[in-house]
Unconditional design. Structure first.
Length: 478
């Protein structure tokens, strides 16, 4: 069920002693779907590329076993020290590669804490992740700057955010946010510790998954709300929180969001009357699209441009959730008078030209984001478009999407749940568990939050569900 071709020969190792991963998945007597996988090494001990034709049902742990079988240097390395990256985003051990949606896969792998690694400080791009030329040049400058100035942990925030300086004049040029130092991740420097990909700290976004959302917000914004240029990078420096390997603290490669530094002040230092209606609308439109549930004033910067104050939105790790359950008071601008002003013709044109389905496809292809959060992106964009076209203000649209009472579901939550139920009834779709499931919070009369529902999604259900949501959104604004 699996064939391999490696660019590295197993010289001197008898076949009987070579470790072989178990690849049988119960496919007997018929052809199974296979995916061609190229595994590119970005670690010091191994050079070159490994090739494997794997079953679509195979997951990350099998690919790691294959890497160990082909690379004698890594034969004793446990799974938790091997990182598999798909466009810079880590592939979980239990995630079937079919979920990545590719007929051929290019994955990169690195190993944490190798004994023979060359010491030093390094910063590099994650291959396959979009990065504008000016940001790539900035990263190269910061890479050289690491030899002169250590990363500086910011004073505020829940996660590990570091200022990086350039090679000349010691100016701060960028910020780096390692994903394993996010709130709820294992190396968090502020005491908010947890396991990677767990949901204890933040149910709507798994731990160590915020960095990729920083990049997603930049790619979706396309300069409209002035989100700083952002990409994924890997960095190694002793100033980061070390990883415990074999009981010893080790300096390892860190994966995270790399973002251009914005020289600005916090909006906490100004009153909301300082901002134009246009600026507040730009930020609000972005937040509604990505369902940002952490838009406090500390996540809005203020630049002085041409004699006026311009808002710059940052910190988008708490966005693109896989469910709706967020209070309106978490959105700072929702209470400002600017968001109660009508949209301008230019803003209405911009909103009408948004394409939630194309955006979801782009994020799936470029960053490997999972379908549940992308499905909600499609719906939030659709709700924004329907409501704006009907003359609703930013405040009215947000008030329906977010919860006015934290213990009671929002209007749009109720619409989504009803449309899901009606779409299932039309198609007579069972509720059996699927690897391509969607999470929405079910509300009951006695509890604000209920059980998470696993839904088996098919193309027919997707289409019916979206059509029902569109009809209900239109009915809601009449």
């Amino acid at each position: 069920t699996i064939t391999t071709r490696s660019s590295r020969a197993m010289e001197g190792v008898p076949i009987g002693q070579q470790k072989k991963p178990a690849t049988h998945s119960g496919y007997v007597g018929h052809t199974a779907q296979t995916i061609k996988v190229r595994l590119h090494s970005i670690c010091f001990a191994v050079k070159g590329t490994l090739f494997v034709s794997a079953l679509a049902s195979n997951s990350g742990d099998l690919l790691k076993a294959f890497i160990r079988s082909e690379c004698r240097e890594l034969s004793a390395v446990p799974n938790e020290r091997i990182r598999l990256l798909f466009r810079g985003v880590e592939l979980r051990d239990d995630m079937p590669i079919a979920q990545l949606g590719e007929a051929e896969l290019d994955l990169h792998f690195l190993v944490l804490g190798q004994k023979d690694e060359v010491l030093g400080f390094e910063l590099a791009l994650c291959k396959g992740v979009p990065c504008p030329t000016e940001l790539e040049e900035l990263l190269h400058d910061c890479s050289q700057g690491l030899q002169q100035a250590a990363p500086i942990l910011t004073e505020s925030g829940c996660g590990g955010t570091y200022f990086l300086k350039g090679k000349a004049q010691g100016r701060t040029l960028a910020v780096f946010k390692p994903k394993d130092e996010e709130a709820g991740a294992p190396q968090n420097p502020r005491g908010y510790l947890g396991r990677e990909n767990s949901r204890y700290f933040l149910p709507a976004v798994a731990s160590a998954q915020r960095a990729v959302r920083e990049v997603a917000a930049y790619l979706l914004d396309k300069g409209h709300a002035k989100v700083p240029t952002t990409t994924l990078a890997r960095c190694r420096h002793q100033s980061f929180v070390p990883v415990q390997i074999d009981g010893e603290p080790s300096v390892v490669w860190k994966l995270g969001a790399f973002q251009a530094f914005v020289d600005a002040e916090s909006s906490e230092d100004f009153g909301y009357s300082s901002y134009s209606v246009e600026d507040v609308h730009r930020v609000g439109i972005l937040d509604l699209r990505i369902v940002n549930f952490d838009r406090n004033q500390g996540n809005l910067l203020v630049q002085h441009v041409d004699g006026r104050r311009r808002l710059v939105p940052i910190d988008h790790g708490c966005s693109l959730p896989d469910r709706l359950c967020f209070p309106l008071h978490d959105v700072a601008w929702a209470w400002w008078p600017q968001c109660k002003e009508p949209f301008s013709p230019e803003e209405l044109k911009y909103i009408a030209e948004l394409d939630g389905e194309a955006d979801a496809k782009m994020l799936a292809e470029t960053l490997g984001l999972e379908r549940p959060c992308l499905r909600l992106l499609e719906l939030s964009t659709l709700w924004l478009q329907v409501a704006a076209a009907a003359g609703c203000t930013l405040h009215q649209i947000a008030s329906a999407l977010y919860r006015s009472d934290p213990e009671k579901p929002s209007v749009i939550e109720g619409v989504i749940l009803n449309c899901l139920a009606s779409a299932q009834a039309v198609g007579e779709i069972s509720l059996s568990r699927s690897i391509t499931h969607c999470h929405f919070t079910r509300a009951t009369e006695t509890r604000g939050l209920g059980d998470v529902q696993d839904v088996q999604w098919t193309p027919a259900l997707e289409e019916t569900f979206r059509r029902h949501c569109l009809q209900e959104f239109q009915r809601l604004v009449r």
